[in-house]
Ligand binder design. Structure first.
Ligand SMILES: Cc1cc2nc3c(=O)[nH]c(=O)nc-3n(C[C@H](O)[C@H](O)[C@H](O)COP(=O)(O)OP(=O)(O)OC[C@H]3O[C@@H](n4cnc5c(N)ncnc54)[C@H](O)[C@@H]3O)c2cc1C
Length: 303
């Protein structure tokens, strides 16, 4: 088979979520020949968020609108936007090779983000798409007027629960601890709603159903058991960094997030990691953008 012609970039950004879009735009603004590789999930985690909070200038905008604006800015800046996942990344010493994409780059910014963690309980996999969902904005309408549950205690879980509370008869939040990690503003909003209920110190043991979700089996930490009738369940229990493209010996934390210096460079020369792919990601859009700008500037100074 004929080999694809090789294109040489100064910077290759892998992943077109918030961090990747911002990094590519900033690198292009620095005058660097920049490619942005998108695996078809443009925008990443924020895309399906109904109302983005904490991003100055976009408060309450949909995630999709924010992504479209950022993509427009990237194209305007001259970023070479390349549809197609990056499947392989190899260090050649002076540069990096992306053999599956017919490309090389002096510097690579890994912005591959994270996956939403799943519960790993019986029934979850079999009922995914039939009552188990990780997108309230996409699937909430299917459960209008019904009882649903949200699992998790972070911002994402509370945001999704607030959206569901506008549509569903009752929303039960299931939390492992007694104290939510979410911003107090979200917690206060849920406390004011009469159709929002809480199960604290509680673990999900099993999701029950055949054609769809019928119920969830819960255990409280004092040993009490409960079977709660619901039509759908939305787990938002944290993120797992997606860093398998980085060399196996790149330094990672216990969750797999890449360890970086203040310029977002990993311990592999010329490889940067930004946003949800790196260790200690701040968790919000603004943090991903700040990482992206730091990495683009560090790459620019190094080139
Ligand atoms: C439910 C929920 C609600 C949230 N709400 C808010 C909010 O209101 N305000 C806020 O500030 N933050 C919010 N966040 C957090 C915010 O979404 C993240 O901090 C941010 O989107 C992280 O962006 P990222 O680009 O690092 O990662 P991601 O969004 O995960 O993007 C990574 C991208 O890289 C792509 N990719 C992966 N591997 C490859 C590959 N091999 N080749 C090419 N592309 C690849 C992925 O498909 C994806 O498009 C929320 C998060 C969740 C889960």
């Amino acid at each position: 088979m004929a080999r694809a012609p090789r294109t040489t970039h100064q910077v290759a950004v892998i992943g077109a979520g918030i961090a990747g879009l911002a990094a590519a735009t900033e690198a292009a603004h620095c005058g660097l020949k920049t490619a942005l590789f998108d695996d078809g999930r443009l925008g990443g985690l924020i895309t399906n968020v109904a109302a983005v909070h904490g991003h100055p200038g976009s408060e309450g905008a949909t995630g999709a609108d924010l992504v479209n604006t950022m993509l427009g800015a990237a194209l305007e800046a001259g970023v070479d936007y390349q549809p197609g996942a990056v499947t392989e990344l190899a260090s050649m010493g002076s540069h990096w090779n992306l053999p599956g994409n017919g490309a090389t780059a002096l510097r690579v910014i890994l912005a591959t983000g994270a996956e939403l963690r799943t519960l790993g309980v019986p029934g979850e996999e079999a009922l995914t798409g039939r009552g188990v969902s990780q997108c309230a904005f996409c699937d909430g309408g299917l459960y209008k007027g019904k009882d649903v549950a949200v699992v998790g205690g972070g911002d994402g879980a509370f945001q999704e629960a607030l959206h569901l509370a506008e549509l569903c008869a009752n929303v039960t939040m299931i939390l492992r601890g007694r104290k939510p990690r979410a911003r107090p503003a979200f917690v206060r909003q849920t406390a004011d709603l009469s159709n929002m209920h809480f199960r604290w110190n509680t673990d999900v043991q099993e999701i029950i159903g055949s054609d769809g979700v019928d119920a969830v089996r819960l255990t409280e930490q004092n040993g009490d058991e409960e079977t709660l009738s619901i039509a759908a369940i939305f787990p938002f229990i944290g993120l797992a960094p997606r860093t398998n493209l980085a060399p196996a010996d790149a330094a990672r934390d216990d969750d797999g997030g890449l360890i970086v210096d203040t310029g977002m460079q990993t311990d592999q020369a010329g490889l940067y990691a930004v946003g949800a792919a790196r260790t200690n990601h701040g968790g919000q859009v603004v943090h991903a953008i700040a990482d992206a700008k730091s990495a683009a500037h560090a790459a620019w100074r190094a080139i």
